[in-house]
Design a protein around this ligand. Structure first.
Ligand SMILES: Cc1cc2nc3c(=O)[nH]c(=O)nc-3n(C[C@H](O)[C@H](O)[C@H](O)COP(=O)(O)O)c2cc1C
Length: 170
């Protein structure tokens, strides 16, 4: 990696991101997924969302084959699940999930999910932008979200909660 690329990674690592598990199933109905920090909403009308995925991603092939995916917003206490979803091996071993309306895994314990069909895939640099058309979506819980910042995980704490904590001496 060149110095310029290292600087790119370092500076961009100072922009906090959400931690989202993108899930799908293969032809045999087995769950597949990966973690991304690049999930974002794109358009309200029509309802579109997107994420960026490395060209080498194995899961991307599955998503393209299935033509659908579900974006799962991980909760603040799901760091282990995130590590699992980004590591080698069976990512779903011991992970509870139920099928979304489109048949994608909705992971247990998440904050919210967005169920999509693949609208388009655009090549951008060394990544691919996957744009999804929203078929269904839901808030699952009022848990706080998992965040990623400067190469590490963290939990979200709202300013009002902080103030409350200080007022109550917590
Ligand atoms: C917090 C976090 C954010 C990530 N964001 C992305 C991302 O936006 N796009 C991507 O392609 N990989 C991202 N990754 C890395 C993938 O999860 C990882 O490379 C995974 O092994 C790819 O899986 P696959 O090759 O099975 O598809 C991220 C990993 C972590 C831990």
């Amino acid at each position: 990696m060149s110095d310029a690329q290292r600087l790119f990674r370092d500076v961009l690592g100072h922009f906090p991101t959400s931690v989202v598990a993108i899930t799908t199933t293969d032809a045999d109905g087995r769950p597949r997924g990966l973690v991304v920090g690049t999930f974002t909403s794109v358009s309200l009308d029509p309802p579109l969302v997107s994420f960026l995925v490395d060209r080498s991603s194995v899961t991307l092939r599955g998503i393209r084959d299935a033509g659908r995916f579900c974006a799962n917003a991980l909760a603040g206490n799901q760091e282990r699940l995130s590590r699992k979803m980004a590591a080698a091996g069976n990512r779903f071993e011991g992970v509870g999930w139920t099928p979304s309306p489109l048949g994608n895994p909705v992971l247990d314990g998440i904050v919210a999910w967005v169920d999509c069909t693949v609208e388009t895939v655009v090549e951008i640099g060394d990544h691919l932008l996957v744009v999804g058309r929203v078929a269904d979506l839901r808030i699952e819980s009022m848990r706080t979200p998992l965040l990623f910042f400067r190469g590490g995980y963290g939990d979200y704490l709202s300013s009002s909660l902080l103030v409350l904590d200080r007022l109550t001496g917590g």
